[in-house]
Design a protein around this ligand. Sequence first.
Ligand code: DC
Length: 231
Amino acid sequence: MTKKIIVAIDGLSSCGKSTMARQLAEAVGYAYIDTGAMYRAVTLYALRHGLLTPDGQIDAPALEQRLGNIDIAFRVSPETGRSETYLNGENVESAIRGMEVSAQVSRISSLPFVRRALVAQQQAMGREKGLVMDGRDIGTVVFPAAELKIFVTASDEVRAQRRVDELRAKGTDVSLEEVLRNVRERDRLDMERAESPLRRADDAIELDNTHLTIPEQRALLLRLFRQAAEG
Ligand code: DC
């Protein structure tokens, strides 16, 4: 018998977690939630409202006070047919992927009050199960009892090159060196932070996709999904 499950996908930055999670969700008819997009949306809000300066100064008390005004939602865009991120009703899918947000998001995501608020929203989204969620702490903190947990890794260079290709495809020209620095710095901050650091849950399956093509990865994931949902 197939049961509805929660799939938690965690791992290093830019290792293709979102592509994996999105494709799996589409293939099995589950909702897909990109929790990184939620931390990015809070970062964009803070930048736009002067609560975070481009050099990393955060007005934490003001941000905490305003958290209730930050509404983050995912809606399927009629143009792309994909789930995209909305901040207070505005489609910010492209704005949250730029270097300005990428450079600051680790600072915002290390604030305990931000994590508490977003984790509570994420847990509410999973109440009915039937969900694929990707992030850094999904298998450890958000859904420690998830039926399927995957921890994704890939080499730094491959991850940076994939991010460069993604940004260039959207018309943003960036250098590989800059992106590589950002990827390494974010890994360090994500793994060293005091609050919910990135780590593999003991019962997560590790998947190094450095040498896997997207179709290979997709097939592997579907197999793992079937085992977990039918087991
Ligand atoms: O997956 P991403 O690169 O879009 O995530 C953006 C940042 O948000 C990343 O630097 C780590 C942080 N993040 C987090 O702390 N916890 C999550 N569940 C998801 C992302």
